[in-house]
Ligand binder design. Sequence first.
Ligand SMILES: [Ca+2]
Ligand SMILES: [Ca+2]
Length: 229
Amino acid sequence: MQTTRSTTVRRSSLAPLAAFAAGLAFQGVANANILNNPGFETATTTTVSNVLGNFTGFQGIWAPEMGSITTATLGVTPAAGARMLGMTNDGLTATQSFQAVDVTAYSALINSGTATMNASALFNTNGGYTGAQGSIVVQFFTAASYGSLIGNSGFGSLALDANPLSWETNSVSSAIPVGTTWMLFQVAYGNASIGNNTGFVDNAFLEIVPSPGAIALLGLGGLVGRRRR
Ligand SMILES: [Ca+2]
Ligand SMILES: [Ca+2]
């Protein structure tokens, strides 16, 4: 179940037509969740070193630094389905989980310089404390290797409430650099903020869509062109 992702997009009056045209151009690839096992319903995980060292061989498999995919525990019930991801303090700065995604199917859109990625997930912790810091970040690569990193989305972060019955939505959007062929989706909790507690994640989501701004500009450009003629 995809919930309450909030996107604030300013559209010109031309946007609906332009968006329709862009939708036709990229039909079949837009508006799909490109993560594998986004709801953590399959319990299989792998190691972070496997994923970061071999995008191709371990693509689509969640890799928690410290944690596992679990059923309901510690008073927390999965937001959807029977399972969720649980992460615990790994002793460093943040406890992170990764999934590598091959995005070469989107190369035409990405290399047009007008691709946006929208990422989100639900976060929750066991009760009794406040201020757990949950984050999402997506990194961009030009090849199937960590060394080809060319940018990242910046962090979408939020401080969680103390209620284990409420799942809170975290999201981040950014332009996708031209040349991107692989993306690394990451969810994380600040270790200092969770202490000996567990940070949970469910309903992870990642999509690649035409940039709303680029669509609006295309629409305006078309209008100006017609007026000049
Ligand atoms: Ca789930
Ligand atoms: Ca909560």
